[in-house]
Design a protein around this ligand. Structure first.
Ligand SMILES: C[S@@+](CC[C@H](N)C(=O)[O-])C[C@H]1O[C@@H](n2cnc3c(N)ncnc32)[C@H](O)[C@@H]1O
Length: 277
């Protein structure tokens, strides 16, 4: 997958040359290309911004340099997506990260100063914001998106399963993690994790994931999809947190059915019992 960034501060992208993304680039799994759109400015002083029409403070990014840079990058033989970074965009989340992995190339437009001339917006396929706050430029936002999309690309994390249990991947927060030593400053690793009993560990993790999501992110818990195997775990949690039982309708359909009584030959001829079993 290719990530192309249109920016006037390409030096800001040095962090992408470290660690996991560095290895992913060396392995040819991802490619990151930085395009300084100042190079496409026609004026003698390579101006990329100008004062706003109508007055007001700050400078606005001019349309021409970005337009000509995009013309250079646009291809028809691969699935490209132009993403304009803006605090006015749709809030970026894990679901969006997953969706973006379907493209061959993501092209980011990084704003600066007071932002973009409004006409630039019409060349973008979508506008994304990384949160309800205002940054000085789109560079950090582009890095956040590149990092979180790249780690979903097969092979980037080494083991493909590495992100499956991550927070948000299944609509829940991840369970607590521990490593050695088994005890530190009197704080012990939960016994179950040392037991080597895989099924019990899985159940413990799922329950803690449900607990964490309920306690920390009730908004996510309210939207979560549950599985039949969650029934008992959720009922146990409902004993601990009576407010959690308010959501019972979401897992009630998984309530195990009462077992049918086995019929003996004699009872076959007898009248069916009152429950019709
Ligand atoms: C100072 S901001 C401009 C804000 C603009 N005046 C407004 O109120 O919408 C400069 C640039 O930083 C980037 N930026 C700022 N906050 C952002 C956010 N939350 N998410 C993504 N990009 C952001 C955008 O590219 C924006 O054009």
């Amino acid at each position: 997958m290719k990530f192309t960034v249109l920016t006037i501060f390409p030096e800001m992208f040095a962090p992408l040359k470290e660690s996991i993304l560095k290895r992913a680039q060396e392995a040819g799994l991802i490619e990151i290309s930085l395009v300084n759109f100042r190079d496409y400015a026609a004026s003698k002083h390579k101006n990329v911004d100008d004062i706003p029409y109508g007055g007001g403070s700050g400078m606005v990014l001019k349309p021409e340099p970005i337009y000509f840079a995009l013309q250079d990058i646009r291809k028809t033989n691969c699935k490209q997506r132009i993403i304009l970074l803006s605090p006015q965009g749709k809030i970026y989340d894990q679901e969006t990260a997953m969706r973006l992995t379907a493209f061959d190339e993501l092209i980011f437009l990084c704003g600066h100063y007071e932002g973009f001339d409004e006409r630039i917006r019409s060349w973008a396929d979508e506008e994304l914001s990384i949160g309800n706050y205002v940054l000085t430029g789109g560079e950090l936002a582009a890095m956040v998106i590149i990092d979180s999309v790249a780690r979903l690309i097969p092979g980037v994390l080494g083991k493909e399963s590495s992100f499956e249990h991550d927070s948000y991947s299944q609509g829940l927060l991840e369970y607590p993690q521990y490593t050695r030593p088994p005890e530190f400053m009197g704080m012990k690793v939960p016994e179950i994790l040392l037991s080597g009993h895989h099924a019990k560990i899985e159940a413990w993790r799922r329950k803690e994931s449900l607990r964490r999501t309920f306690l920390r992110r009730p908004d996510l818990f309210a939207k979560a999809e549950f599985m039949a195997s969650d029934y008992e775990l959720l009922e146990e949690l409902a004993q601990e947190y009576p407010e959690l039982a308010r959501h019972r309708a979401k897992w009630e359909r998984f309530r195990p059915r009462p077992k049918l009584k086995r019929r003996t030959k004699a009872s076959d001829q007898a009248k069916p019992d009152s429950q019709g079993e």
